[in-house]
Design a protein around this ligand. Structure first.
Ligand SMILES: Nc1ncnc2c1ncn2[C@@H]1O[C@H](COP(=O)(O)OP(=O)(O)OP(=O)(O)O)[C@@H](O)[C@H]1O
Ligand SMILES: [Mg+2]
Length: 284
């Protein structure tokens, strides 16, 4: 039986690199011939727009991720070519304004809607990986995503506002574990937008790589997170090439090659290589 792994990119803090991470991770997996479903689960629709899709045209269609909240409709992911020779694909569910409406409406048991949909998909044994980009806020969408995740990827910007928000991220995971009798498994965290020559960034990275794992361990010692396995991977530097690749909606690895295939730019990919290895147990 095919074992579909659900990977959720989450941080309730906005602008930390969630969408970029979802994009690179999903494409990395697809380029390496895995069957991948990428879901935009953020009502801001950033990923959808980055794939050139007009969110108004997909609203309430089977390609709209919000239809997981309606019982009588089945989502139908759209196949999207992600390389120029068009022999490499991702299946996608996009986001529309409806996502916010469903999230705010008062349906009962709505926290488990995504998990229920993914359970059906898993039974079909189509996908190796399902990658989900989430909103930079807490609430029903966040809970749906966390409750569906086999692995959570947590990018944290090396600014104090982001590191300060990380304890509350883990506290929220505790609330979800308790409320839904759910066990969080793997969490991969890393510092993002790291400027190695700035003292402030160094301090923040120290918090991310040392204080946060210590905080999680304290929680474990108090009986929480009994199945949690925390992986700390290398920080992603702040680089124009990353921002430019996002702006032109190009796969970061291809963009780096066309931009400047220098050793220093290749180094940017170390974190994504580490993440790929953790997810697949293989080297990129
Ligand atoms: N390491 C980096 N260096 C430079 N720019 C980056 C880096 N990581 C992400 N960015 C850029 O920062 C911006 C915010 O990133 P992204 O959209 O991935 O964040 P997000 O967490 O998804 O935000 P939101 O909470 O709004 O959904 C984007 O323009 C992205 O290209
Ligand atoms: Mg985003």
């Amino acid at each position: 039986m095919k074992d579909t792994q659900v990977i959720v990119i989450a941080n309730q803090k906005g602008g930390v690199g969630k969408t970029k991470t979802a994009d690179v991770v999903a494409r990395d997996l697809a380029i390496k011939k895995n069957k991948v479903l990428l879901i935009d689960f953020d009502p801001q629709m950033t990923l959808t727009k980055q794939f050139g899709v007009d969110s108004t045209s997909i609203r309430n269609t089977p390609q709209d991720s919000s239809i997981i909240f309606t019982d009588n409709k089945t989502p139908e992911p759209k196949r999207v070519a992600i390389n120029q020779s068009e022999d490499c694909f991702l299946d996608m569910l996009f986001a529309s304004f409806s996502l916010m409406e469903y999230a705010q409406s008062g349906m009962s048991a709505r926290e488990l809607k995504l998990k229920a949909y993914l359970k059906k998909i898993k039974k079909q044994e189509i996908y190796d990986y399902i990658v989900i980009d989430t909103a930079g806020s807490l609430g029903v969408l966040f809970n749906n995503a966390i409750l569906s995740a086999d692995t959570i990827i947590l990018p944290i910007a090396t600014v104090s506002a982001a590191t300060n928000a990380t304890e509350s991220f883990f506290n929220e995971l505790i609330v979800i574990e308790e409320q839904f009798d759910h066990k969080i498994k793997d969490v991969i965290l890393f510092g993002n937008m790291y400027n190695k020559i700035a003292t402030h960034d160094k301090e923040q990275l120290n918090i991310i790589e040392n204080d946060i794992p210590r905080y999680v361990q304290i929680k474990k010692d108090s009986g929480y997170f009994q199945q949690l396995n925390l992986h700390v991977v290398k920080a992603v530097p702040i680089r124009t090439v990353i921002k430019d690749a996002t702006g032109s909606a190009i796969y970061l690895r291809d963009y780096i090659k066309s931009y400047s295939n220098s050793k220093s730019n290749q180094k940017i990919l170390k974190t994504y290589n580490q993440i790929y290895k953790i997810l697949t147990n293989k080297l990129f």
